[in-house]
Design a protein around this ligand. Structure first.
Ligand code: SF4
Length: 392
């Protein structure tokens, strides 16, 4: 099967072009069409000679993601927002892949306290797999099991497709409804404005279970000739694959690491996250310490608060101890209900008590209450809902 051109690094393209006896500057021209203008057809690459475009089209794919559905309100693009004074809302995108499988990406507006520093503007949460094999009990993504890994270009393309959407929607004056099914592909845009400056790899799938494709995609998204997103602005999340955390520690790029912890004792994690039986906390903590030893970077713990499961003060104590031991920041996320699953979000009083218990232990902690609650925000939920509708 042919490879998509966006799965190739600059070095690989240079090797290919050298074999075709093409000058090196043609690679720079191609990369500019792909990652600056974000074109979606070979014919749009007007300064490449026609025979070269035909050769590219014969030997490589140039695939895009088809926007099936979007939920959320429009991203406001006022000057006030650019300096942090405006507000906009989370946007969830449902994409159809070339084999008709569905994946999600989520665009999260400026939120300085979340994953980075005060320069955060727009964060995109991307998927790395179709479905997930890890079966966390609270998660919509794993409900139908694992279908396949995403290829590097399918990970890269989520960023490009959202930026294309942004460019075309910002040139349209219509106000979008909160739920907007979209049936036709958006037209190609040549605007080179970048929207996304932060990435969180915590959409559908366990990112580190698709390690090689993910790392290749991130090298492309990080490269100055590609996505141009700083490695320190890219957070990779894992449910706790200890060996892959160690492998990531050896990577030269300085990615941020987030652990989807959701329980601070083996008893709680075993109950809701089967991965903990393979890599219990002792092993996970040792891998995190190794990562920190190599990288010297602060970790983040993602902690979904689930009523009656992990929201008691008894859990806040070991969570605080773990956070202090690993110099980890804690993001508390009240559970978003998933249709068909029995779990509930704790009431606000319980959430506040849990937060206060961590603050008392001098842990850096945020409670992320407002974003995405009304848009099937739990990862994988929009996909499940759409698949059910399509099957009906
Ligand atoms: S929480 Fe992450 S690792 Fe667990 S089932 Fe969902 S997608 Fe997979």
């Amino acid at each position: 099967m042919l490879q998509d051109i966006k799965s190739l690094t600059r070095e690989e393209l240079e090797t290919q072009f050298a074999a075709w006896k093409q000058p090196k500057y043609r690679v720079a021209q191609l990369l500019e069409w792909l990652y600056v203008h974000r074109v979606t057809s070979w014919d749009a690459m007007m300064n490449l000679p026609k025979p070269l475009r035909e050769k590219l089209g014969k030997d490589f794919l140039l695939q895009t993601l088809e926007l099936v559905r979007k939920q959320g309100a429009p991203v406001l693009r006022s000057p006030a927002m650019r300096d942090g004074g405006g507000r906009d809302t989370t946007q969830k995108f449902l994409w159809r892949l070339h084999d008709h499988l569905l994946i999600e990406s989520v665009l999260i507006p400026a939120n300085p306290a979340l994953y980075g520093d005060a320069s955060d503007r727009h964060t995109l949460c991307v998927s790395t797999q179709v479905g997930c094999a890890y079966g966390c009990k609270f998660c919509a993504s794993g409900l139908d099991g694992w279908k396949r890994n995403l290829t590097p270009d399918e990970i890269v393309e989520q960023v490009l497709a959202v930026e294309r959407w942004n460019a075309s929607s910002s040139s349209s004056s219509s106000s979008n409804p909160t739920e907007e099914p979209i049936t036709k592909k958006r037209t190609t845009t040549r605007t080179n404005e970048r929207l996304i400056d932060n990435l969180v790899i915590m959409g559908m799938g366990e990112p580190l279970a698709n390690y090689d494709n993910l790392l290749k995609a991130l090298r492309i998204l990080n490269a100055p000739w590609g996505g141009g997103i700083g490695a320190r602005k890219i957070t990779i999340s894992t449910s706790g694959l200890a060996p892959q955390i160690r492998k990531l520690a050896d990577e030269p790029l300085q990615f941020r690491l987030a652990i989807s912890l959701h329980g601070a004792t083996d008893a709680v994690r075993n109950k809701i996250m089967p991965v903990n039986r393979k890599y219990p906390l002792k092993e996970l903590v040792a891998a995190c310490e190794e990562y920190q030893g190599q990288k010297g970077r602060m970790l983040t713990f993602e902690y979904i608060l689930i009523a009656g499961v992990n929201d008691s003060i008894e859990q806040a104590k070991p969570l605080g101890a773990l956070a202090r031991r690993l110099f980890a920041k804690v993001n508390l996320i009240p559970y978003n209900r998933v249709e068909g699953l029995p779990w509930e979000r704790p009431d606000e009083e319980t959430q506040d008590k849990f937060l206060a218990a961590l603050e008392k232990q001098k842990v850096i902690v945020t409670l992320r209450r407002e974003k995405g609650h009304d848009i099937d925000a739990a990862c994988g939920q929009l996909r499940l809902k759409t698949e059910k509708e399509l099957n009906r």
